[in-house]
Design a protein around this ligand. Structure first.
Ligand code: GLP
Length: 237
């Protein structure tokens, strides 16, 4: 794992921007796995301010809430359009459809999309409980796309984006840990003290399904971009 401690989220965003540049230089039709949440925001800002061209590239998002429409401001579809896609057009943008009537069929459709478009560079944030995407603690490491019951800790953490906690959806569709592991490269962003425990488990703890992000220790090409607060519980090495 390559661990980079940055002073600001803007610095983290710029570091990742350089890796995206490299990727597009090698292959303008690369596939990017994308994440929502506050952690990748500075990165998306860096992408939108750059002159990079994504018109041949494909994006595949990690997850979407079940039961909220894509025009709802809290949906991940809306987030991605607002923060990236409206400013940087891609050839294809894939996200799970949280309004699908047959959710099982939707998970299969999504797995096929991932199989057809192997992910070159996957962007991740991390939940306070160590989740990546919406792969909550206990999710099998070989999982494909699945419907998730969100944990209380995730519902509480994500309530800040809603008028009140009751409005936070209880279910989501998430790309599985098996698919995330197949990405050729991964960048994970974590900022702030609330992520320190999860980062310790991700980087320095045992590889265990109790901390889904700990699976990243088994992979070849992972860059973790942190600020000092998120790195606080790591020993200096
Ligand atoms: C959500 C998303 C994750 C994200 C996490 C952390 O639950 N499903 O993909 O990484 O929250 O979000 P934030 O970056 O806002 O702390």
């Amino acid at each position: 794992m390559d661990i980079k401690i940055v002073a600001t989220e803007a610095e983290g965003g710029n570091l990742a921007l350089e890796m995206v540049k490299e990727q597009l230089k090698q292959n303008p039709a690369a596939t990017f796995g994308l994440a929502t949440g506050s952690s990748p925001l500075a990165f998306y800002q860096a992408l939108t301010n750059s002159d990079l061209d994504f018109t041949q590239a494909t994006s595949i998002n990690l997850d979407e809430y079940v039961g909220i429409n894509e025009n709802n401001e809290q949906s991940y579809h809306y987030f991605m359009k607002k923060n990236l896609f409206n400013k940087k057009p891609f050839k294809n943008n894939y996200l799970p459809n949280g309004m699908a009537t047959d959710l099982k069929a939707e998970t299969q459709r999504y797995d096929q999309i991932i199989a057809d478009n192997p992910i070159d560079l996957q962007i991740l944030g991390i939940g306070r409980n160590g989740h990546i995407g919406f792969n909550e603690p206990g999710t099998p490491f070989n999982s494909g796309t699945h419907v998730v019951d969100l944990t209380e800790s995730t519902i509480e953490a994500n309530a800040r984006f809603f008028d009140n906690e009751d409005e936070v959806p209880r279910k989501a569709i998430s790309m599985g840990l098996g698919s995330i592991q197949k990405s050729k490269k991964i960048i994970l962003f974590a900022y702030g003290e609330a992520k320190a425990q999860a980062i310790k488990g991700c980087i320095a703890g045992p590889v265990t399904t109790h901390v889904p992000a700990s699976i990243l220790q088994n992979l070849n090409d992972v860059t973790i971009i942190l600020d000092a607060a998120a790195a606080k519980l790591l020993n200096d090495k």
